[in-house]
Design a protein around this ligand. Sequence first.
Ligand code: AHR
Length: 493
Amino acid sequence: MNRIYINTKEQKSTINRNIYGHFAEHLGRCIYNGIFVGDDSTIPNEKGMRKDVVEALRNIKIPVLRWPGGCFADEYHWKDGIGEKASRKKMVNTHWGGVVEDNSFGTHEFMELCRQLHCEPYINGNVGSGTVQEMSEWVEYLTFDGVSPMAELREKNGKKDAWRVKYWGVGNENWGCGGNMRPEFYADVYRQFATYIRNYGENKIYKIACGAPDFNYDWTDKVMQIAAKHMDALTLHYYTFVAEGDFWEKKLSATDFDEPTYYKTLHKAMKMDEIITKHAEIMSKYDPTHRVGIIVDEWGTWFAVEPGTNPGFLYQQNTMRDAMVAGLTLNIFNQHSNRVEMANLAQTVNVLQAVILTEGDKMVLTPTYHVFDLFKHHHDAKLVHSYTETTQIGGDFVVPNVQASASVDENGVLTATLVNPSVSAPAPVELLLTGIEGKNATGRILTGAMQDYNDFDKTDNVKILPFNGITLSQAKAELTLPPCSVVEVRVST
Ligand code: AHR
């Protein structure tokens, strides 16, 4: 028997809704075709944004969207993407497939997208190939209301009032595609750029420094030592990939995999817990009061591209294995919500572990999308103490048989999200409740075989269903999680 002890009186951190954030880069068909089709498209759109995609993202209450990259961010010159569309510069997207970037989606379009999505913008500025002046002027263009060259330019381009922008990234992966810098060098460059990111009027920028990839603790140590006091948050990137011989170039299929590979994927996804813990420990050395937040602004699965697609477009299908990775990872983020202030799945549409796939005017919601739906009651709720007594499964690649997190919202409703990663065995579970006298329990479930996925000709193969198998007494809820499932349980008084 698996037991989850939940004490709603032991309230911990607030689960920042931005943990459920997304990331959209100028990469493959994420922005172009996936989100933005232009206002002369036959695909239903509002000001060029696909209506179906916007509506789907609003349904999962997308809280924040990071843009324009990724590696693209450090090649992007924002002034190329404003003004009359016909006269915008065209450039080569050297990093992603060498395709022409016509800059028809730029600053105004991104801010319009965020308006339609009702989400916060998170803009990632260019450090690798940009200048301090360029970044500083972008902030001024977006947020300054008054008399200045950039405010004038914005008005000339049709926007009189400034926007509000809070989240600002100073470079992306500057240890790699963002300039191949050493941590000491980046930390100094960060301090220089950050100095000229101004707060205009009421607009207060939350400055985000480029953090480490996965296990690179040295980067975190040095950047924190040199620049901690100039930043509000430090990022972290971690991708779950499986590959032949663990060679990055030999990544395995997104849909065609065996059981050991399935468990290996989930085992690797579970490393997120250790990675956050260790980076957080190092950060505490330089920031004992935990003023600086952790932002995991790129995470998710990275498999081989779908056969016949452009390798530079990173288009992959999304199965129940991805749903398991999402469920396990989001529970880990909830449990670390005292330090993790935001996370952004890579990437929103048609790229990597996308929540949405499109083909022409068709749209598919992936299993990962449904996991974000199942977790949406955690947004801004209070994490409560939970302890899971379970066994390990997966052979050489261990994962817990049951994994969970729990929160209480402002109405006192308890939400627990439970994952059973087993390919074949159901998992009986008792939720032992302290602090709440449960009168009513409801559930929703996502389940399927490990390789199940949705496609354009079978969009509902994997979908959320009501889960009626919960037996509730005041202090206990009993249920059995089917194999390969994510279940949301809500208990109200
Ligand atoms: O998400 C794809 C790429 O992965 C991003 O552009 C980059 O930051 C990371 O390496």
